[in-house]
Design a binder for this molecule. Structure first.
Ligand code: FES
Length: 164
């Protein structure tokens, strides 16, 4: 008989295997949350509860850690995250119009994933590349600088093509 296993079940299984490998102890909570976020993309109440149950700690303790560190997210994000810098150097060079154009082209609000789950747009503070203002960061390492709003559709198209 075929092994029926949904994506969610598979991810929970993978998370459990990870917890087992590091030890189901409260002092491993941060690395377990990091692994969970890597697997699921964000930390839903269901995932947080599962971790709390597995580590035998209150869900409020897990929630406290998740909300304390800003690298943890409780909302789904796009597969490709577009960070638009709104730091001072970028802002004076029109970063707000870049942000607006991304939101308009993708038909989303900030931090919200597109319907196909491919993109989400995140306003951020200085990306450390002020001399190239205005700057965006796509994914983990693709920086684009000296942007103009008209360049936005081409950038989106490039990543759409890349996932076909
Ligand atoms: S202010 Fe945008 S990169 Fe520094």
């Amino acid at each position: 008989m075929a092994d029926v296993c949904t994506t969610g079940e598979r991810l929970f299984k993978e998370l459990d295997e990870y917890i087992e490998s590091v030890g189901a102890k409260p002092d491993k909570l941060i690395s377990i949350l990091q692994k969970a976020q890597e697997l699921f993309g964000y930390l839903s109440p269901e995932v947080q509860q599962h971790i709390a149950d597995t580590l035998k700690i209150p869900a409020s303790q897990v929630y406290g850690v998740v909300t304390f560190y800003n690298f943890f997210s409780t909302k789904p994000k796009g597969k490709i995250q577009i960070k638009v810098c709104l730091g001072t150097a970028c802002y004076v060079k029109g970063a707000d119009r870049i942000l607006e154009r991304f939101l308009e082209e993708l038909q989303v609000k900030p931090e919200e994933p597109t319907k196909d789950g491919l993109f989400s747009v995140h306003p951020v503070r200085c990306l450390g590349a002020c001399s190239m203002a205005p700057v965006i960061l796509v994914g983990e390492k693709d920086f684009y600088g000296r942007l103009k709003p008209d360049m936005v559709p081409r950038i989106i198209a490039k990543y759409r093509e890349g996932v076909k």
